[in-house]
Structure formats: structure tokens, C-alpha cells
Design a protein around this ligand. Structure first.
Ligand code: GRF
Length: 201
């Protein structure tokens, strides 16, 4: 007799250092739309950041790992990989994770690790381009559009293959702060789209 068992839901780890608004948006999408996926872990370098507090409040496991706890990047990478593998993680989603990923983890999750960036890569990315600096640079450059990018993570800063983008207009009246709000609203739709695209591939 043919098996009618549904495939096991894909297990996602969210890596965050801040508020976790992208994490919350994806959590809500999964709760509402019930794709074959679940957020199984929140991993952070900051034990009390918004993302970790939210994860605990909804019963998602948390792991606090900081490179400061380890003598070498390699040891830190091994500990992170252990945490991901012991939670049987299929996909790693970086959402405001402000530390560089250890190379061992990048290699182990190549093609299964995504990052979200608040601009239209390859423009306005790279080391040091995060937070309000990105939006200030977009305004200073006189761009007429910006947006959000989800890309695969490789060994560089914001250099991996682009997976999805959403565009927003930049108006003459926009400030870095108003642009940041518009881009963040676009971001909140993008990890849900990325998950659906991954599940369909
Ligand atoms: C987002 O703007 C994301 O693009 C960037 O960090 C921010 C995280 O925001 N990488 P949040 O923690 O999801 O609210």
C-alpha cells in the first residue's frame, strides 16, 4: 500500500541580533498559512534581544552563542554547527544577525542559508553597510528606488546569489528614517515569499 505520510515540515533556524520583526512576520505567516515548515530555533549573539524574548514567549527553542565564549573562530563555528545540527535544521535564515558567519557553517549550509538586507543588492551592501547607514547612503546617492533583498549566504559580506527582491520608491521627501520604515514593511513580506519559493523548488 502506498504511504500517505506527509513529508516532515522543514525546520528553520532564525539568526537574529535585534528586534526580530522579520522573525515575527515569518512566524505569523507560518501560523496563518501553514506551509510545510516550522521555526525550530532562534540563535543569537545577544541573549536578551527582542528576537530571543519573542522566541521564548511562543515556545521556540533559543540558543545564545557569542564568539566571545570561544578561543577561535573555528571553535565558535563548530559550536554553532552543533546547535543547528542537533536541532535538525534544514534552513538557516539570517534576519538582523550582525556577526559574520563562521566559514564552517557557511560551507555546511551552502544553498540553505539566506540573509535579508535592507537595500537592492548589489548596491549598498558590504562590510559596515547595515542599519540606518544603508538608507542614508541610498538618500545621499539620489536613488529613486530602494528595497529589500534576500540572498544566499557565502563567505563575503552581502555577496551571495540574489534569491528575491522587493522594490519601494524613494521620494524626494523621504529621509533615511522614512525610507527605513518603508523598506522594513517590504522586508516583512519577503521571508514569507522566500520560504514559499524554497518549499516549491
Ligand atoms: C532588517 O532591516 C534587516 O534587513 C537587517 O537587519 C534588520 C533586522 O530587523 N539585516 P529586525 O530585527 O528583523 O526587526
Amino acid at each position: 500500500m502506498a504511504s500517505t505520510l506527509a513529508p516532515a515540515p522543514k525546520r528553520i533556524a532564525m539568526l537574529c541580533s535585534g528586534n526580530g520583526s522579520n522573525f515575527k512576520a515569518l512566524y505569523q505567516h507560518i501560523k496563518d498559512k501553514k506551509p510545510a515548515a516550522e521555526i525550530a530555533l532562534c540563535l543569537s549573539n545577544r541573549s536578551a534581544c527582542g528576537a530571543m524574548v519573542f522566541a521564548s514567549s511562543v515556545g521556540i527553542e533559543t540558543v545564545h552563542l557569542s564568539e566571545k565564549q570561544f578561543a577561535t573562530e573555528e571553535a565558535f563555528g563548530r559550536a554553532m554547527l552543533d546547535a543547528l545540527q542537533s536541532h535538525r535544521i534544514d534552513y538557516v535564515f539570517l534576519a538582523g544577525y550582525l556577526k559574520k558567519m563562521p566559514t564552517g557553517v557557511v560551507a555546511a549550509y551552502r544553498g540553505r542559508m539566506l540573509n535579508i538586507h535592507p537595500a537592492l543588492l548589489p548596491k549598498f551592501g558590504g562590510e559596515g553597510m547595515y542599519g540606518m547607514r544603508v538608507h542614508e547612503a541610498v538618500i545621499a546617492a539620489g536613488e529613486t528606488e530602494s528595497g529589500a533583498t534576500i540572498h544566499f549566504v557565502d563567505e563575503g559580506y552581502d555577496t551571495g546569489e540574489i534569491f528575491l527582491q522587493r522594490r519601494v520608491p524613494v521620494l524626494a521627501t523621504d529621509t533615511a528614517a522614512s525610507l527605513a520604515n518603508k523598506v522594513l514593511a517590504a522586508e516583512h513580506l519577503l521571508y514569507a515569499e522566500a520560504l514559499e519559493k524554497l518549499l516549491a523548488s
